[in-house]
Write a protein that binds this ligand. Structure first.
Ligand SMILES: [Zn+2]
Length: 308
């Protein structure tokens, strides 16, 4: 089981049905179907005793005059699920006639309140809606593209190019020299909150995961890495990353910081990290469980990872 927030999406993405435009159109008006609206990338949720995604019926969407097609997410037990971008509305909550306990919530904040399965659906919805918003034109010839296969492709009527939703792989790694692990503070949010996290960086073109791990650690900290071991992965829809979590064995220990990217990189002992994970360290903060970094750090600190 993948332990991560934004993983565990229960939808069957229905690749056969999504190629059938007539079927998609019938499902979009089927009263059984469910629509998840996103407004300016904020997702509709409903908070009562527990917080759930704010699914609406087709009839609630029909009257809004939305001029972008919905994205077909998939099916659960034969029920079609869609996400729809309603950003063109001025006051979506009023226009939908929704009062408390409904509200539009930023996706990270929503994810900390939703069930694991629903965070997976949220990741798919946010990444898809955002990609369609930012890829309206053909990158080959510049013409306006149209959505196909329920959102799995954008097609160019001019040059016939097909453009597919992108996922950007990021290598994220905890490197250890045996007794200590290497954590860093990148410029921006981490340094403002005093948080140390796993090092990370986008995987380059023509580069394997292992090569990316070794290059990033060398660039950011000046440490040479030998063996690399895959741990787990996490979809991270901000906007479309796939975090690929690894552990690595350090071959050297002298840190040389890339101070353009990092404010600090340090070795931390197992005891320091264990204290930070339970909030008992006076100075050291590590990322919360929503982030894969937390689980990579924890796996190392609890001795689950051996790199001998
Ligand atoms: Zn084109």
């Amino acid at each position: 089981m993948n332990p991560h927030v934004f993983a565990g999406n229960p939808l069957d993405r229905s690749d056969v049905q999504r190629r059938d435009q007539q079927w998609l159109e019938a499902q979009a008006t089927n009263p059984q179907s469910r629509f998840l609206p996103l407004w300016q990338l904020n997702v509709l949720i409903r908070s009562e005793s527990e917080t759930r995604l704010g699914w609406l019926k087709p009839v609630q969407i029909e009257g809004l005059g939305i001029d972008v097609p919905p994205v077909f997410l998939g099916q659960i037990d034969g029920v079609a699920h869609f996400a729809i971008d309603i950003s063109q509305l001025g006051d979506p909550q009023y226009q939908l006639g929704l009062d408390q306990p409904w509200r539009f919530e930023e996706a990270r904040a929503a994810a900390t309140q939703l069930s694991p399965a629903e965070t997976g659906i949220l990741a798919q919805s946010r990444a898809q809606i955002d990609w369609h918003r930012r890829h309206q034109f053909c990158s080959v010839c510049g013409q306006r593209t149209v959505q196909g296969r329920g959102g799995h492709v954008r097609q160019c009527p001019g040059c016939k190019a097909e453009h597919f939703p992108r996922t950007d792989p990021v290598a994220i790694m905890v490197v250890s020299d045996g007794a200590r692990c290497l954590l860093g503070q990148s410029r921006g949010r981490l340094s403002r909150t005093g948080t140390y996290s796993a090092l990370a960086g986008f995987i380059d073109q023509g580069e394997s995961i292992e090569e990316a791990v070794r290059r990033e650690v060398k660039e950011e900290a000046g440490i040479e890495v030998g063996q690399v071991q895959y741990h787990s992965s996490q979809p991270w829809p901000f906007p479309s990353s796939l975090m690929i979590g690894c552990h690595g064995k350090a071959l050297t220990t002298d840190i040389h910081i890339d101070d353009g990217e990092m404010t600090d990189v340090r070795w931390f002992s197992r005891d320091e990290v264990l204290a930070a994970l339970t909030g008992k360290h006076p100075d050291l903060h590590v990322p919360a469980p929503i982030a894969i970094a937390h689980h990579l750090i924890k796996a190392w600190a609890e001795g689950e990872i051996r790199m001998d």
